[in-house]
Ligand binder design. Sequence first.
Ligand code: SF4
Ligand code: SF4
Length: 328
Amino acid sequence: MPAAQPMPLPLYVGRTTRVVGPQQNVNPQDMPHARNARGELGKELFHWWHNQPSKDPLGRIAMGIHAADGRNVVTDAFGKGKGKVNSQKTPVSDPAVMAQHIKRVAKFMGADAVGIARVDPAYLYVGNLSDYGTADDDRGDPAAQAKRYPYAIVCAVAWDYELGKAHRHRIGDAAYHFSQQWENILLQNLGAYIRELGYAAIPRAAAPMPMAVLAGLGEVGRNGMLITEKFGSRVHLYDVILTDLPLATDKPIDIGVEEFCGECRKCASTCPTNSIPMGDKVVHNGVEKYKVNWETCYRLRPYVHEFWEICLTCVTVCPQHQTQRLVA
Ligand code: SF4
Ligand code: SF4
């Protein structure tokens, strides 16, 4: 198996998210949902999270927290990545061939785009995101974890184009939620397949967005979302799989998002909460990027819950949202 090489610094993560200084690893317990679950974001959001089943039955079966009975949410019933690794290892003589194979398998299982990143410790979580994974996977020690699992498989599942246009509506919610469910199912199957090949498949350990950029799936837009060449931002990046399966890796791509977002401000001018900057990039946690205010975006949710759940305007108004139609 090829040895893990340390990533050169500054790490190249494409032109849209230039690394200009040291980065702190993200603790998932500081992320919006975790903070809200602990009641740190105020009563309205806490109530929305804990006590408000969705008005829409499709919404209720898509997301555990908004189901009347969480057992109706199919992904909540999974084993969640705790299967054992087969002790009979399948030998890998050519990581490039294995990478092609894994991409084909992921697409067969439902991925719309797949890339493989060399794991950089900067993008591994410290602290637990959930009870997924095992106790001995070096969680909380990014350097050790990156050495042990040098490859990240990143899959994206696209929302339906026509349904996604009906954003700020139950129909748009369904397009969004079910692409997440499908990706969750795909990742469970792909992780199980890798374990049966005799290699580790570690879920819920890495930040999907920078891993997707490293894996060449797209660039980061002014809207703070991954912009892919074929689907624009209308993709779900639910999670990535870390593995020790030897794989050839991809590189960041350049599809012109830097120039496009420098001129276009459509997401910023249509955002109902003014959470997207009209101005220039700033440096945040060592990365030069457009900094979206997640908190003002997130705080909208309890007030619209009666009518719809997820805003999505910054994705669906984006001119790059339509690219699949143009190239189809
Ligand atoms: S989801 Fe809506 S509120 Fe949030 S940043 Fe996008 S446009 Fe703004
Ligand atoms: S709407 Fe315009 S500025 Fe916003 S992400 Fe899309 S291309 Fe970039």
